[in-house]
Design a protein around this ligand. Structure first.
Ligand SMILES: NC(=O)c1ccc[n+]([C@@H]2O[C@H](COP(=O)([O-])OP(=O)(O)OC[C@H]3O[C@@H](n4cnc5c(N)ncnc54)[C@H](O)[C@@H]3O)[C@@H](O)[C@H]2O)c1
Length: 263
């Protein structure tokens, strides 16, 4: 036995939603580096396939807001890989669906919540059924946001991520008896653009839809870490929550945010 065993995911099978790019792709890669076999899904089926090819996993197209499709995708993961031990519910949206409250349409609200909340719930429920029936426990990791407790990008997104946190805690309470740990990662500002991350000082362009864009930009410019986070920083946190390192951790809200929540 060595400390390396604590992060060894050999023999574990995982599913990562929204894994075509950004944080989801890095989490899928991190789990694979730790030894897990990973199924990568995304509405962007070609992107999911590219991630899977890079990390030696399998892929499938999946819109997490499509409940029957979620059930089928997670059953297919367990069938093709042999089990479902880890799920990372990463798929989420914010651009163009936020903004000042008076401008938010029913459709914007419903669309974002159907992905960030309904979709995450469908994935949690389908994974829980498979893990409970499998009888060997499991790990459910939900990607929330610092915005869940420190609002700033608008009621639609901020509210959805607060819901993710309480869903996580409620499931942790309920599923502990089945040895299923349920935790949330709260990414802070994480650069997912194709181009290199810009410096955080100076002009930080407001993101689309931010009702308080200048405020967010100002806070990013004062981020204690002094630079944007990288997707792989979130990947490392996912390995922690997927591995024996965190056997006694459940119901946690883990900020991975360069100190954002200290501001
Ligand atoms: N990047 C950040 O700074 C940051 C901060 C806090 C939280 N987050 C959260 O991290 C997660 C990933 O964000 P990201 O920055 O990597 O975003 P991203 O836009 O780079 O990637 C999101 C992925 O999710 C996929 N997706 C969108 N809708 C989907 C659906 N209905 N079903 C399946 N897949 C879908 C997209 O195709 C894309 O591949 C999200 O839940 C986001 O809210 C990101």
């Amino acid at each position: 036995m060595s400390a390396a065993d604590w992060i060894d995911l050999s023999g574990k099978n995982a599913h990562v939603t929204g894994g075509a790019k950004g944080i989801g792709a890095a989490i899928a890669e991190a789990l694979a580096l730790a030894g897990a076999k990973v199924a990568v899904s995304d509405v962007d089926e070609a992107g999911a396939a590219a991630t899977a090819e890079r990390i030696g996993g399998i892929s499938m197209g999946l819109d997490v807001s499509d409940r029957p499709a979620v059930d089928a995708a997670l059953e297919a993961t367990a069938d093709q890989l042999g089990s479902l031990d880890i799920i990372v519910n990463n798929a989420g949206v914010y651009n163009d669906l936020g903004g000042p409250v008076r401008d938010i349409t029913d459709d914007m609200w419903r669309t974002l919540w159907s992905i960030n909340v309904d979709g995450l719930f469908y994935c949690c429920r389908a994974a829980a059924r498979i893990m409970i029936d499998g009888g060997k426990g499991g790990r459910i990791i939900n990607i929330a946001s610092t915005q869940a407790v420190s609002p700033g990008v608008g009621v639609t997104y901020d509210g959805s991520k607060a819901a993710v946190v309480q869903i996580t805690k409620a499931l942790a309470l309920e599923l502990a008896q089945h040895k299923i740990n349920v935790n949330a990662i709260a990414p802070g500002p994480t650069w997912v653009g194709d181009e290199p991350a810009p410096p955080i000082t100076g002009d930080v362009p407001p993101r689309t839809g931010d009702p308080l864009g200048d405020t967010i930009a100002d806070r990013i410019s004062r981020l204690p870490a002094g630079h944007w986070g990288s997707p792989m920083e979130q990947g490392k946190a996912a390995v922690f929550l997927a591995s024996p390192l965190s056997d006694f951790v459940t119901g946690a809200y883990l900020p991975v945010d360069g100190g954002w929540l200290t501001l």
